[in-house]
Design a protein around this ligand. Sequence first.
Ligand code: THU
Length: 132
Amino acid sequence: MPSFEITHRKRLEKAARQAAAKSYSPYSNFAVGAALLTCDDKIVNGCNIENASYGLTLCAERVALARAVAEGHRHFSALFIFTATQTPTPPCGACLQVLAEFAPQLRITAVCDTELTLEGGLDDFLPHAFVR
Ligand code: THU
């Protein structure tokens, strides 16, 4: 693996971990952090933000994406997700569909508190995204 890629992976994992530390998740106690790498090598992260209504909860991946788009980024190459669990947590279907709008080729990596990782292209996680 080229060293620039290892550096990106380390930065992305750190950004996802830092985002998880900011999670507002008093209802589930399940903190999620996500970090997106833009095609011009910027990292934008986000955490899940829960709500007393439950249904209005925002997932970490969509918070990171919304933040990035609002900052002017529309092209992304990689996403890291961190949860403090024994096994990695994949993005939910809703997040995958929203990510597919901007980055159908996105590389997704989920990391956790063990060595286990879950990795693949967005189309591995969501093979038939709805597109128009
Ligand atoms: N969650 C995410 O942040 N990302 C996902 O892809 C799945 C679920 C959050 C939502 C909620 O705050 C908590 O995890 C438990 O479902």
